[in-house]
Ligand binder design. Structure first.
Ligand SMILES: NC(=O)c1ccc[n+]([C@@H]2O[C@H](COP(=O)([O-])OP(=O)(O)OC[C@H]3O[C@@H](n4cnc5c(N)ncnc54)[C@H](OP(=O)(O)O)[C@@H]3O)[C@@H](O)[C@H]2O)c1
Length: 332
């Protein structure tokens, strides 16, 4: 089988390799991976920015979908032929909140023709989805779900999404199914037009208006209920401005830097609720799958590339050229 491994954090740190087809041990499931999808985290891992102490070589990527081809002797939960996805946290479930092992970072990932995963790191994929679509769920979509759930968002609430990357576009789709009002920002008017076609109610170009938080406050008539925060240093002050009293911030990333200067007075006066989100548990993923099935949501894929193009795409993630998800087709 063909796979890709990360050997060091330099610009040429990945290598393609050939190995024998794996067999499962007790508690394991072998998946013929049909598709994998990229997250910004995969770029951070490749550059040593996520966890410089990561054990190398590492098969990267947390998010994949495929078909079960073998199971360990004791595995009764899955059968050969089942269509499944990976799960981001291999050990975060109802019985264990002290999660430590994430797929594609602390344990081998799915950028491989076959992936061996513990059964706890596998879930059935939504029936109606293609492998490509399902491969986008484990990190980005579960994160969007966890952010929305933390703030208990429902019909009529307003949410501000920052940028049009993987998490934001999954969040947009979930929020419209919940009948929430969505304001979305982007550096590109073309992407904002696409966001409107996908259901966004209002848009702001954050390059054209650096005071986009104030604009979101005005557009939502007194502030938004939730901001999904991806920018950190470069966005947090405007995020605070956008919020209503008692609003929520789900903090997930710091694309614009980690050293935020906080206006604590504004946070106090606005009774701000801040949630640190690290994707979600197995149960969050299951709950989301059910929601996606109920609403037949099809994840938005910007482009699908071959395994040979995967390395280049990982290094290109910071360009932000995509809207939604980039998928690697591993079936050919
Ligand atoms: N904590 C968690 O559980 C978790 C889970 C998933 C992701 N994350 C983090 O969340 C962030 C987004 O992840 P992703 O996978 O959705 O990324 P992505 O697909 O690469 O999307 C990034 C998009 O964010 C926008 N952006 C970039 N810099 C920005 C800035 N300074 N201000 C506002 N928008 C900006 C751009 O949108 P436009 O092109 O439209 O301008 C860019 O295309 C990353 O930091 C990632 O590490 C965290």
């Amino acid at each position: 089988m063909k796979l890709i491994e990360l050997h060091n954090f330099d610009d040429d740190g990945f290598q393609q390799a050939e190995r024998g087809t794996p067999t499962p041990c007790i508690g394991e499931v072998v998946i013929k991976v049909h598709a994998a999808s990229l997250n910004f985290r995969d770029f951070m891992i490749a550059k040593g920015l996520y966890n410089p102490n990561i054990e190398l070589p590492l098969v990267p990527l947390s998010d994949g979908a495929g078909e079960v081809v073998a199971v360990g002797n004791d595995v009764t939960e899955f059968s050969v032929g089942d269509r499944v996805t990976s799960v981001f946290w291999q050990d975060w479930n109802a019985n264990n909140k002290n999660r430590m092992i994430s797929t594609g970072s602390d344990a081998a990932g799915v950028l491989s023709e076959f992936a061996v995963l513990p059964k706890e790191a596998v879930l059935p994929m939504p029936d109606y989805m293609s492998y490509q679509e399902a491969s986008t769920i484990p990190c980005a979509a579960v994160t969007a779900w966890a952010c929305i759930k933390a703030a208990n968002i429902g019909s009529g609430d307003s949410v501000l999404l920052l940028g049009t990357g993987g998490v934001s576009i999954h969040a947009l789709q979930i929020l419209k199914a919940l009948q929430a009002n969505v304001i979305i920002t982007s550096s590109s008017n073309e992407k904002l037009q696409r966001a409107i076609e996908l259901g966004a109610d209002q848009t702001i170009n954050y390059n054209e208006n650096p005071e986009w938080g104030n604009e979101a406050f005005a557009l939502s008539n007194g502030g938004v209920d939730l901001v999904i925060e991806i920018g950190g240093e470069s966005t947090f002050p405007q995020t605070l401005n956008a919020l209503k009293i008692g609003g929520h911030i789900s903090v997930i990333g710091a694309l614009g830097g980690f050293n935020v200067q906080l206006n604590l007075l504004e946070m106090v006066f606005k009774n701000v609720n801040v949630h640190g989100i690290t994707v979600g548990s197995r149960e969050d993923h299951m709950e989301l799958n059910q929601f996606l099935e109920q609403h037949e949501i099809h994840p938005i894929i910007d482009k699908t590339v071959s395994m040979d193009q995967a390395i280049n795409e990982i290094y290109s993630m910071p360009s932000g050229a995509h809207l939604g998800k980039i998928v690697i087709d591993i079936s050919n």
